[in-house]
Structure formats: structure tokens, C-alpha cells
Write a protein that binds this ligand. Structure first.
Ligand SMILES: NC(=O)c1ccc[n+]([C@@H]2O[C@H](COP(=O)([O-])OP(=O)(O)OC[C@H]3O[C@@H](n4cnc5c(N)ncnc54)[C@H](OP(=O)(O)O)[C@@H]3O)[C@@H](O)[C@H]2O)c1
Length: 304
């Protein structure tokens, strides 16, 4: 019996009918998925960032909790892991742990090229694939647009040759939006990655509608503003609005705001903790806020 059949079976009992099919569905459901427009392939809407959090080198005590984070990510219906050669040992840590867990093929691995020059880019990307132990690499992104014209040519050739499955570009500050926009309009890229949070909403004005218009998948980085959003709510009880949206943490509240934008394909909060990973994945379940609730969420943030 698959998950859906199990749900239907359980829902036929009076006790579960009393509980409500919706709440049962919520508890047992998987993280919602969105399609990558250029291929139609579906990926879960909540993934995992690895900046700083996975840069633990060979330390076995540092790697142990991260192994559990990766194992749970896949067990709970997640898939996307974002890294970069800029993140110290993170690529190797992800690659080694995923291989040890035998989940390499279940993960949708994204990394980046972060250097200048054609040959230097090629060497770095080959090294990243070796470190992450993933061939073809699912998504190769040009990190912060560094030497993007040079790397774009390599990425287009590599995609045709089957060395990578998708091409992306990334940035994390508003001052780069104009350049992201130009590339999105001119090049056949599959993904764009940008910062987006309930507190940083500039991308809603042009970039996100453009991504929708052009059929470009969106990964959103810094969904918690690097963690600083939590300082705004420290010591505050969850609002009635958050509870209404079936959030049982502020983290879920912040993430649901992002995930409820139709252009967003996947948010990639970084964490090294299983508790936080589960919290983040839960934001991808249940109903998402509608447009008036999204306005109310921002209104609430402004009072904090
Ligand atoms: N230019 C680029 O391409 C670019 C730039 C920036 C980021 N990124 C990518 O985007 C990812 C996300 O951005 P980020 O890591 O900078 O910032 P973030 O995801 O906004 O915040 C990460 C921080 O939030 C904490 N956290 C995560 N989940 C939590 C939860 N449920 N409850 C409480 N605290 C929680 C983490 O600490 P714990 O470890 O304690 O959970 C960590 O300190 C990066 O890891 C990276 O992969 C890409």
C-alpha cells in the first residue's frame, strides 16, 4: 500500500474522520513539490543549504550530526542540497556522507563555479563533481555571477554533453538583481538563485515575475536572513496567524511566506541541526498562505 492509499484507508475509520482528513494528511504528508519549468521534473520545495554549516572538514564529531541531517532530509521527502567550492570542505562533506548513506542518487545536488577563467572554471567544476561524487551534476550554478560570460559557454557545452543536467546563476544581494535580470532575459538558463525572505522582498517586484514569465526555476537563499530573523521573534509566542497557517514555529512561518510565492521552486535554508531540518521541511507541508494572508504576515513582521 503506498502512502496515499494508506491515508485513504486510515481516513475511512471514524476516529480519523473525527480528527479530520486534513490533519491526518498534514501529519503524514510529504513536502510539497514544484516542477522545474524547463523539464517538468519535480523537486521538493524545501532543500538544504551548506554554507558554513557543512564546512567541518574530516572531523568525525563534526560530521556525525550532518550525516543525520542528510539522512533525514531524504527520509522526510527532501532532496535538494546546495553547495559551492567557496564553502570550504562542504562539498566533500556532502559527497562523503551521501555516499556512506547510499543516497547520492536520491539527492538533487547543486553546486557552483566560483573562479575566473575558462580552464580554472573547468578544473574547479570537475573537482566539485569529484568531491560531491555526483556525475552528472544535477545543477551547476555560476556563483555570484563571477566571470559569468566565460562559464556560461562551458555550462552550455557541458549540458549538451550530459555532464550537468541544469544550468543556474546565483547572487545574494539586491544590487545584483539588474545583472541577474539581463541574463535571465538573454540566456536559456534553467535556474536562478537569489536571496528572498519575508524581510527582503525586493525580488517580488521584478525577478520573481520574470522567472515565472521565462519559465526559470527559482532557488531562494538566505530565507532566514542568515538566522537573524529569529532574533526578531526571540521570546515571542507564535501569533494566531501562524497557528492558523498550521505553523508550530516561527521558522515555518518565515518559510511559508517564501514558499507561497508561485515563482519559488525551492527554498534552501542552511542548518546543521536535525531539529531545524525537520522544522524547515514541515513548512513545505499543509496549506500555504493566500495573498491576503501573505500581506498580513508582512504586517505582523513589521510590528516585531
Ligand atoms: N550567492 C550564493 O549563491 C549564496 C549566498 C548565500 C547563501 N547561499 C545558499 O543559501 C543557503 C541558505 O542561506 P544561509 O545559510 O546564508 O542563511 P539562512 O538559511 O537564512 O540561515 C541559516 C541560519 O539559520 C539557522 N536555522 C536554520 N533553520 C532553522 C530553524 N528551523 N530554526 C532556527 N534556526 C534555524 C541556522 O542555524 P543552525 O545550524 O543552528 O540550524 C543558520 O545559522 C546557504 O547555506 C547556501 O547554500 C548561496
Amino acid at each position: 500500500m503506498n502512502r496515499r492509499d494508506t491515508l485513504k484507508f486510515l481516513a475511512s475509520f471514524p476516529f480519523f474522520t473525527y480528527l479530520g482528513y486534513d490533519s491526518l494528511l498534514y501529519t503524514m504528508s510529504e513536502v510539497q513539490q514544484r516542477s522545474i519549468p524547463s523539464s517538468g521534473e519535480k523537486i521538493p520545495m524545501v532543500g538544504l543549504g551548506t554554507w558554513q554549516t557543512f564546512d567541518v572538514g574530516n572531523s568525525s564529531s563534526g560530521r556525525a550530526p550532518l550525516k543525520e541531517v542528510l539522512r533525514l532530509l531524504v527520509e522526510q521527502g527532501g532532496m535538494v542540497v546546495d553547495s559551492s567550492p567557496m564553502y570550504g570542505s562542504s562539498e566533500s562533506v556532502v559527497g562523503d556522507l551521501a555516499s556512506g548513506l547510499k543516497i547520492t542518487e536520491q539527492l538533487f545536488m547543486a553546486t557552483k563555479v566560483w573562479t575566473s577563467g575558462k580552464q580554472s572554471g573547468i578544473s574547479q567544476m570537475n573537482r566539485s563533481m569529484q568531491r560531491m561524487q555526483k556525475r552528472p551534476m544535477d545543477l551547476m550554478q555560476i556563483h555570484n555571477l563571477q566571470d559569468w560570460k566565460t562559464h556560461m559557454k562551458t555550462l552550455q557545452a557541458w549540458k549538451e554533453e550530459g555532464k550537468i543536467r541544469y544550468i543556474g546563476i546565483t547572487h545574494y544581494v539586491e544590487s545584483a538583481y539588474g545583472r541577474l535580470e539581463q541574463i535571465m532575459k538573454t540566456y536559456p538558463i534553467d535556474f536562478v538563485q537569489m536571496n528572498y525572505s519575508i524581510a527582503s522582498r525586493e525580488s517580488e517586484n521584478r525577478l520573481l515575475p520574470l522567472a515565472q514569465d521565462k519559465g526559470i526555476a527559482v532557488l531562494t537563499n538566505r530565507p532566514y536572513e542568515g538566522g537573524s530573523l529569529f532574533r526578531r521573534v526571540r521570546g515571542r509566542d507564535l501569533s494566531a496567524l501562524a497557528k492558523d497557517l498550521a505553523c508550530d514555529s516561527w521558522g515555518q512561518f518565515f518559510l511559508k511566506y517564501i514558499l507561497s510565492h508561485a515563482a519559488v521552486t525551492c527554498a534552501i535554508p542552511g542548518t546543521s541541526k536535525t531539529k531545524h531540518l525537520l522544522d524547515n521541511l514541515k513548512a513545505g507541508k499543509g496549506r500555504m498562505p493566500d495573498s491576503s494572508e501573505r500581506k498580513a504576515m508582512v504586517g505582523l513582521l513589521n510590528t516585531l
